[in-house]
Design a protein around this ligand. Structure first.
Ligand code: PMP
Length: 394
């Protein structure tokens, strides 16, 4: 393992001198040389220049088939002609007014149709979507507590950073103890633990992914989501499905459609804006009433930004069609079958579970692939994302 790692690291250094130089320069002004700590990579980040379809190119001119896809956001592939046309048509007409435009109405109508939730609001990221959803739940119930799945990620707001990793404190510094005390984490696929937490903690909401996608991919066991739905309903707890990753990528109506359990709220981001920073919250009418009558302030300068909405409209109506979902499903299954034992596909997403997490082995696999022109998401599980632009060859 050590020997292989040394060899791949040396090859990587040889292939990416431009990224190394850019890193040296970037560190002088960008903290750690990156715009988000999730972009960090040892020994230096890979600085990209452009993307087209299923491929991306770095500053050294290396070409990669992209299975990272911007943390799974680019399910359309890069620079999709329909998205480019929509954004190019909107840009000269003005890109921001702080007043609503028709694009936002069209996108909300389409999301209502897909997810069966009648009221929508827009945000600029998954973090904002989840943060606002929790606030609505707290306002509705008059309670502060939040129950989540242990080790799950729902964005970088204070409340959701609690228990993002298995070890206490894995969520980093700067989260107030008072916030940590409000959050209770339970294991996934354990309906009894969920029911127990609801009874003991009396929380405002449960926030969860219907299928886990941030620690490999873990499907809900038969009956689990139904049991969570029953338990939340019985205790008057708001059920939020965080579909930042699953929404729009595993079925037209995300996990709600795929698993057939209706939450009270859904949060979206990532794939919605086709590469522009856009998020959304879907709500049942009873919860939307809090926003509609002004009790909850769901606000933001760029919410429903016309450029993002133009991209989202083209994305939903022209790119992510029923045929696109069939294509993603077919490619995903083919990837999983090709990888073999331990591989699992869920719509456009897939990953390989290889038992206990092993940092060195993960680094080796990432480097080996990158050195051979395959760009994947760095991390402990080998995750892939196929897109509309991938085909059987790439
Ligand atoms: N929820 C989930 C399930 C996510 O995977 C992420 C991002 N990885 C977020 C929320 C936060 O989204 P963003 O990074 O757009 O704030």
């Amino acid at each position: 393992m050590r020997e292989l790692l040394e060899r791949e690291r040396a090859l990587w250094a040889e292939r990416t001198p431009g990224s190394e130089r850019m890193f040296g320069r970037a560190r002088g002004s960008l903290a750690a040389g990156v715009a988000s700590s999730y972009q960090r990579l040892d020994p230096w980040p890979v600085y990209m220049t452009r993307g087209e379809g299923a491929r991306v190119w770095d500053v050294d001119g290396n070409e990669y088939i992209d299975f990272h896809n911007g943390f799974s956001a680019m399910v359309q592939g890069h620079a999709h002609p329909a998205i480019t046309a929509a954004v190019s048509a909107r840009q000269p007409l003005g890109t921001h007014f702080g007043a609503p435009t028709e694009e936002a109405v069209v996108v909300a109508e389409e999301l209502s149709r897909r997810f069966g939730l009648s009221r929508w609001r827009f945000t600029n990221s998954g973090t904002e979507s989840v943060m606002h959803a929790i606030r609505v739940a707290r306002a509705h119930t008059g309670r502060d507590g939040v129950v989540k799945i242990a080790g799950s990620y729902h964005g970088h707001a204070d409340t959701t950073m609690v228990s993002v990793g298995p070890e206490p404190g894995a969520w980093g510094a700067g989260i107030p103890d008072a916030i940590v005390a409000q959050v209770r984490a339970v294991p996934f696929n354990d309906a009894d633990a969920m029911a127990g937490a609801l009874a003991e903690a009396d929380p405002a909401c449960v926030v969860m992914e219907a299928a886990r996608t941030n620690a490999g991919i873990v499907l809900p066991e038969p009956g689990y989501l139904e049991a969570v739905r029953d338990a939340t309903r019985a205790t008057g707890t708001v059920l939020i499905f965080d579909e930042v990753k699953t929404g729009l990528t595993i079925a037209p109506g995300g996990a709600v459609e795929r698993f057939g359990v209706r939450p009270d709220m859904v949060t979206l981001a990532k794939a919605l804006g086709a590469g522009l920073p856009t998020g959304a919250i879907g709500m049942i009418e009873e919860l939307a009433a809090l926003v509609e009558d002004g009790r909850v302030h769901q606000v933001g300068t760029f919410n429903g930004n016309p450029l993002g909405m133009a991209a989202a409209r083209a994305n939903l109506l022209e790119v992510l069609t029923p045929a696109a979902y069939e294509h993603l499903e077919r490619l995903g299954e083919r990837m999983a079958a090709g990888v073999g034992a331990g591989a699992i596909a869920l719509g456009s997403k897939g990953c390989v579970h290889r038992g206990a997490p092993d940092r060195e082995r993960s680094e080796l696999i990432w480097l080996w692939l990158a050195n051979r022109g395959i760009f994947t998401t760095p991390g402990r599980e080998q995750e892939w994302n196929v897109t509309v632009a991938h085909d059987e060859a790439a």
